[in-house]
Design a binder for this molecule. Structure first.
Ligand SMILES: Nc1ncnc2c1ncn2[C@@H]1O[C@H](COP(=O)(O)OP(=O)(O)OP(=O)(O)O)[C@@H](O)[C@H]1O
Ligand SMILES: CC(=O)N[C@H]1[C@@H]2OC[C@@H](O2)[C@@H](O)[C@@H]1O[C@H](C)C(=O)O
Length: 400
């Protein structure tokens, strides 16, 4: 079946590609979208694949998070390199779905964020905010023969938004319920929370980045293991430690947590410089590795609870928080979250416990965001990003 014919039938196949702040690989989702483009469509997952990055690529991405090593030639080269890898990931997932590239209407590719600066800087009389995602859409289009939509975030920034988070728009479309307010927490590299008020409109969706997700846990594990381990699998290390409450209180004084929404964050705040600071505190306080990991694991939980207490509890009372993203596989983190939220009357359950797999969610979101781009329909949520007006996000690369 040809992609263009299928879209006339209001049924089309699309691919979503995501590489998140954890840099654990490329997520590729093949989806079937049913419904008129630009309306509230149905999206079903046909295939999902995570392709881990080769060590060389991962090391290069991490090197380019550091503004001192992110030279122009390296950024330009990584942009093309990731374009090649994203194209391969898309083609592999399409095969896994039993489809061929000619069946696919479009690819939506988030790319890899290298830098995100969502707050105005006054430069030359202009208030500038900026964000850098790499993974060249033209390469993806050329290698796959499929139209590719990429680089979504700048269009929201151009109209005064933070350019993040973008997934809440698709959460609203796909999961919003009439009778029940939903509270969703993603714990990837960064944590982000979405509230979908019962029967609410798009303008009523509330979302923000809560702070670190797994980024600090991963950063410490990589440091101590010399890169041998990438994460605290199953929270094994944290489970043997005790959080240091004094350090936790100090870390919670980070101004980001009490900054009013709209707000978004990333490695610029919780990246390598923050890890260095943590290692400094570890020495000062004489903490063991397991106690420091337990402390930052609890910090993630506490910052999520703080966001709930400050911005959600009164306006959107609810009794359930649904957790997704890689952090949901860390039982120590989930346990801390339960300790923080259950006294507030909020039960914490993972998507897995509810019978869903959340691994494909962000990749699926970018397939759907691209569907809106192709229909020239707005796909940002002003209430969430702070944009002054709707925008059609995403740049289109045609294969021919
Ligand atoms: N079995 C596990 N045990 C502990 N932690 C895990 C496990 N599996 C995944 N994680 C954590 O989840 C992280 C990956 O999560 P995810 O893929 O949701 O992040 P991401 O999409 O890259 O980030 P973001 O949503 O911030 O862009 C890993 O880096 C790791 O810290
Ligand atoms: C700039 C950037 O890449 N931000 C990511 C990051 O990872 C989680 C959180 O911080 C969220 O704001 C966003 O990603 C998802 C996909 C989003 O835009 O919704």
């Amino acid at each position: 079946m040809d992609g263009r014919q299928s879209s006339e039938l209001a049924v089309r196949y699309a691919v979503g590609l995501m590489s998140g702040t954890s840099v654990d690989g490329i997520d590729a989702a093949v989806v079937k979208i049913t419904g008129e483009p630009g309306t509230r469509p149905e999206v079903s997952l046909l295939a999902f694949e995570n392709t881990p990055y080769p060590a060389q690529v991962r090391d290069e991405i991490f090197a380019l998070f550091d503004v001192k090593t992110a030279t122009l030639n390296r950024v330009g080269r990584l942009n093309m390199w990731l374009g090649e890898l994203f194209a391969e990931a898309a083609l592999s997932a399409i095969t896994k779905a039993g489809l061929s590239p000619t069946d696919i209407a479009h690819i939506g590719s988030h790319g890899q964020t290298l830098y995100h600066s969502p707050v105005d800087e006054m430069i030359g009389g202009y208030a500038l905010r900026y964000t850098v995602q790499v993974g060249e859409g033209s390469v993806i289009a050329a290698r796959t023969g499929i139209t590719c939509v990429s680089d979504f975030r700048p269009a929201d920034m151009a109209v005064g938004g933070q350019g993040a988070p973008l997934v809440p728009f698709t959460e609203y479309l796909l999961y919003g319920e009439k009778e029940r307010t939903l509270l969703l927490q993603n714990i990837g590299g960064i944590g982000n929370m979405t509230v979908l008020p019962a029967g609410g409109t798009a303008e009523e969706v509330f979302a923000l980045d809560t702070g670190p997700g797994n980024m600090l846990i991963d950063g410490l594990v990589v440091h101590w293991s010399g890169g041998e381990s990438k994460m605290d699998v199953g929270g094994a290390l944290a489970s043997r430690g005790q959080p240091d409450e004094q350090l936790l209180d100090l870390l919670m004084q980070e101004p980001y947590y009490n900054q009013s929404p709209p707000k978004s964050t990333g490695r610029e705040l919780f990246g390598s410089a923050y890890i260095e600071r943590l290692l400094g505190y570890q020495q000062e306080l004489g903490l063991s590795n397991k106690d420091l990991i337990a402390t930052v694991t609890k910090l993630t939980a506490r910052s999520i609870a703080e966001a709930y207490r400050c911005y959600v509890m009164e306006r959107y009372p609810t009794d359930l928080l649904i957790v997704g993203g890689g952090g949901s596989y860390n039982p120590v983190l989930i346990g801390y979250l339960q300790q923080e939220l259950e006294p507030l009357g909020v039960q914490v359950l993972t998507q897995e416990q509810l019978g869903h797999n959340s691994d494909a969610k962000e990749a699926m979101a970018f397939a759907l965001l691209a569907d809106y781009t192709m229909a020239r329909q707005p796909n940002n949520l002003c209430a969430v990003t702070g944009a002054k007006r709707p925008a059609v996000m995403g740049k289109v690369s045609y294969p021919l």
